[in-house]
Design a protein around this ligand. Structure first.
Ligand code: GAL
Length: 440
């Protein structure tokens, strides 16, 4: 690591040390403010940067680990305290976080999805504006306006996005498909034909996991059936009529059909378990976000499968969603009353840097929120994602916090839980209409 190159003022932070870090052979100048924490450390007895997330498995943990290593190296006086709570999509973590925030015991920074999820925290007064971090880091110029709009509320900015994920990906194992003469489907009709072939071959046609993964599948089928504008209309004010439409009925019928091709033990599997069924040649397909790329291609040491992209696993848009990016973004916040505020500000500043984003995302299985990614650092799947993100129409994710506030998402989740038992489409749609009536 090279020595200090320059100093300049960074928002509220008095001194800034600039490091040059070698990353994939390229020397990248990184601004990590490191001064000021020593004095805070003595005032607080012990400075520890507590960061709350749900990144405990697969490429999630491996990506976070890379950030922790850089942080700890540059902040020996305020080491990272990893406060992760296991459970995909943050289903458990968000409940634990809500309790902590209610009890006035916030971490220094926590993970939250850009969009409605973030707005819930803002409206509850649980996080504070961080415009000064954007200004100091010049983030406004490098993060796309469409994403910043999901982070701004009443003219103020509330989090630093580390990535963009795509939810509507159909994963498969090329060898399994070849051996059973199953083709990668593009249309709904082709999808059903391929699922039937897989069934006849004795495979699990469509691997699925616990309930949030069922909702994840549902949103992709709805987007594929309604199109991105029909989907967006569902989240506008007074949308109950749209939820009652024939188009939604046909999307839900399609979804019910797909559920007939899933594994009976889905409820007890994590998203990694479901993905592994495909990797192991036991299932033909799995619909999951592109964190699965991190899990499939990541190192065994990091708890991943170390598969070769393109030959040992393949990907395609969920049938009917070609040209659509069902997107979500992980971002980090500055909670009100963060115990080590200065450290948290430095953490957020670091997260917005090109170094942090180009270190984290190739491992996590996501593309950076910044527009200036070093494309060469990304694997084959992520290279396609980088292109598609620029070209595709956008649809915000329901399961991952973009389009619906928590209260509405919870009502949808309750209705879905019942539907997974009853498979009664009419009742399900009626419950979804009621949820829209109450929340839209
Ligand atoms: C999403 C999150 C991703 C990934 C996934 C599975 O909600 O945005 O980063 O972690 O859950 O846990």
């Amino acid at each position: 690591m090279a020595r200090t190159l320059s100093r300049r003022r960074l928002g509220r932070i008095p001194r800034v040390t600039v490091f040059a870090v070698a990353l994939a052979g390229a020397a990248i100048a990184l601004t990590i403010p490191s001064a000021g924490l020593g004095s805070q450390a003595s005032a607080d007895q012990k400075c520890e940067l507590s960061v709350f997330s749900w990144w405990t498995g697969g490429g999630e943990a491996a990506g976070l680990d890379k950030l922790i290593k850089i942080w700890n190296k540059s902040h020996p006086d305020c080491p990272f305290k990893n406060e992760t709570v296991a459970g995909g999509a943050g289903t458990n973590a968000k409940a634990v976080l809500a309790q902590r925030l209610k009890a006035g015991n916030p971490p220094d920074s926590f993970q939250g999805h850009a969009g409605s999820e973030l707005r819930d925290y803002i409206k509850a007064g649980q996080i504070v504006p961080i415009d000064f971090i954007y200004k100091a880091g010049g983030f406004g110029k490098v993060i796309p306006a469409s994403l910043i709009n999901q982070i701004r509320y009443n003219g103020k900015l509330y989090s630093v996005p580390v990535n963009i994920h795509r939810a509507n990906v159909l994963w498969y194992n090329p060898k399994t498909l070849r051996a059973n003469k199953i083709t990668v489907p593009k249309t709904w009709g082709q999808f059903i034909a391929s699922l039937n072939k897989a069934k006849d071959a004795g495979l699990i046609p469509l691997a699925m996991g616990e309930q949030w993964t069922a909702q994840h599948l549902m949103e992709t089928v709805m987007i594929g059936t309604l199109g991105p504008s029909g989907w967006a209309a569902l989240w506008k004010p007074n949308s109950q009529k749209r939820w009652a439409s024939k188009a939604v009925t046909s999307a839900l019928n399609r979804y019910a059909t797909l559920l007939g091709y899933t594994n009976s033990d889905a409820g007890s599997l994590t998203w990694q378990d479901a993905g592994k069924l495909v990797a192991d040649g036991k299932a033909a397909f799995n619909v999951m976000g592109d964190w699965e790329d991190g899990y499939f291609s990541g190192t065994k040491k990091g708890g991943n499968l170390a598969l070769k992209p393109g030959t040992q696993y393949g990907w395609a848009p969920v049938p009917g969603t070609d040209g659509v990016y069902d997107w979500l973004s992980d971002s980090f916040t500055l909670p009100k009353g963060a115990p080590h505020r200065a450290a948290a500000v430095e953490w957020l500043t670091f997260l917005g840097s090109r170094l942090a984003q180009d270190t984290f995302n190739p491992v996590k299985g996501s593309i950076p929120a910044r527009k200036d990614a070093r494309v060469g650092l990304y694997g084959p799947y992520l290279k396609t994602a980088l292109k598609d993100w620029k070209a595709d129409k956008l649809a915000g994710s329901l399961t991952h916090g973009v389009v619906a506030p928590a209260a509405w998402a919870t009502d949808i989740g309750t209705a879905l839980g019942q539907f997974l038992q009853t498979k009664d489409v009419a009742r399900f749609q009626a419950a979804l209409v009621k949820a829209a009536q109450k929340n839209s």
